[in-house]
Design a protein around this ligand. Structure first.
Ligand SMILES: C=CC1=C(C)c2cc3[nH]c(cc4nc(cc5[nH]c(cc1n2)c(C)c5CCC(=O)O)C(CCC(=O)O)=C4C)c(C)c3C=C
Ligand SMILES: [Fe+2]
Ligand SMILES: [Fe+2]
Length: 387
């Protein structure tokens, strides 16, 4: 084997508040995040949503210190993994490729080429596969490979998902057990798994295995933990008007409060680093909701970050995949069909989802008409003297 490289894939996050809008623009420009029937709509819609969302999103990032810790943590994970591999006789270089912010995936590939890497393991830092996360990065990589024939010299292999990895499960179980044991009556604490959501249509229409992998992962963690605690799985971070995987975290918290649950331990499971959804959404927003619902004791398990057992499990994944038959992008990029952004519904009067959908559609048409008028200098607003 020649020069070995490991490419860690991640989503990326804004380093500073002024990065928030361009980061959101990159995110919403991705057809795997907003699946539209017409590709020409993607850029104007990304511009519109990023502009409308930037202020609120900036406020959330401000509450966690003015930016995402994702880059710093991912760099520490990469460093720890590289050291672990080298200490165990595997001379490998570890690179980071973010999907929507620096260091971008394209930058990582340029460095991999420059360093003359001949054998590359592509490892997403998402334990479970989703079209919107690992799938999106794999698709981008496939495009980069198609556009640069020099990359065909690299023997690469892709790890699509790895939530069954025993070291990962043990590290998660250990973190949960540690938190439980600091609480009074550990066995009576309700364990609340909060996974990042995706639109339902990803699963039902496009065949995203994400929900199944999240459910399996939750069951495996509970099995590894081997404690009698009751548990719930819910989905957080919904964006936009369509239906996402249920139960929504906010509804599940209400429900548990109504059932008289007083002690809750939240376990974030779709991500391995602290980021805005853990530090702001769970620690601030959901804590507040839980208190309002009567859940007096609200605790959260920290993200794995550079937990030694977790880093060891990543190293095992790398070493095992170098020995196994290689897996190509075409084998791991699932689905295919374009999914309608809005669900089809029967019309009802009132503030229904369908009404919100039509509000959105009309706003979109209005927005496109405005852009057209600004470009052409002609239209009804010019006619009445408003432009
Ligand atoms: C497994 C993890 C994630 C899934 C699945 C996922 C799907 C998904 N996300 C959005 C919209 C947004 N995501 C944002 C940030 C963000 N998302 C994840 C993880 C998953 N997303 C991470 C790690 C981050 C970065 C966090 C950070 O610390 O910076 C954002 C921006 C933040 C905000 O404004 O809330 C948006 C928007 C969609 C639409 C989606 C599935 C289709
Ligand atoms: Fe997200
Ligand atoms: Fe969020």
């Amino acid at each position: 084997m020649g020069r070995v490289g490991v490419l860690l894939l991640n989503l990326g996050g804004p380093d500073e508040l002024r990065d928030v809008r361009p980061f959101l623009y990159n995110l919403f420009s991705d057809p795997e995040i907003i699946r539209l029937p017409f590709s020409w709509l993607q850029s104007p819609l990304a511009w519109l949503i990023s502009t409308l969302r930037a202020k609120k999103s900036q406020e959330n990032y401000r509450q966690i210190g003015g930016g995402s810790p994702l880059r710093r943590i991912t760099e520490a994970q990469a460093q720890a993994l590289q050291e672990h591999l080298q200490q165990n006789g595997k001379d490998a270089r570890v690179y980071i490729g973010m999907r929507y912010w620096h260091p971008f995936t394209e930058e990582a590939i340029a460095r991999i080429k420059r360093d003359g890497i001949t054998d590359l393991v592509i490892l997403p830092l998402y334990p479970q596969f989703s079209i919107s996360t690992s799938g999106s990065s794999f698709r981008l990589l496939e495009k980069i490979w198609q556009e640069d024939p020099a990359l065909n010299r690299i023997n690469y292999t892709v790890i699509p998902s790895w939530y069954q990895q025993p070291g990962y499960l043990q590290a998660m179980a250990q973190l949960i057990a540690q938190e439980l044991d600091q609480l009074p009556n550990p066995d009576s604490v309700h364990i609340f798994f909060s996974a990042h959501g995706v639109p339902v249509s990803y699963v039902t229409e496009a065949g995203d295995p994400y929900q199944k992998e999240i459910e399996d992962c939750t069951a495996l963690i509970m099995q590894t933990l081997n404690r009698p605690n009751p548990h719930t799985l819910a989905y957080q971070s919904r964006v936009g008007p369509v239906e996402w995987l249920k139960p929504y975290t906010e509804d599940a918290l209400q429900e548990l409060g109504a059932q008289g649950i007083e002690n809750l331990l939240v376990v974030p499971i779709s991500f391995v680093s602290e980021h805005i959804e853990t530090l702001q959404e769970v620690d601030m927003e959901y804590r507040h909701l839980a208190e309002e619902a009567g859940i007096g004791s609200f605790h959260r398990v920290p993200a794995l970050n550079t937990h030694p057992m977790f880093i060891e499990s990543l190293a095992t994944l790398v070493v095992d995949s170098l020995d196994a038959p290689s897996r190509q992008f075409s084998e791991v990029i699932r689905p295919t069909k374009k999914v309608k952004m809005y669900p089809q519904e029967r019309w009802e009067w009132g503030m229904t989802t369908a009404a919100e959908v039509w509000n959105g559609r009309l706003a979109m048409i209005g927005f496109l008409a405005l852009v057209l008028e600004l470009i052409s200098g002609q239209g009804p607003l010019h006619f009445v003297g408003l432009l």
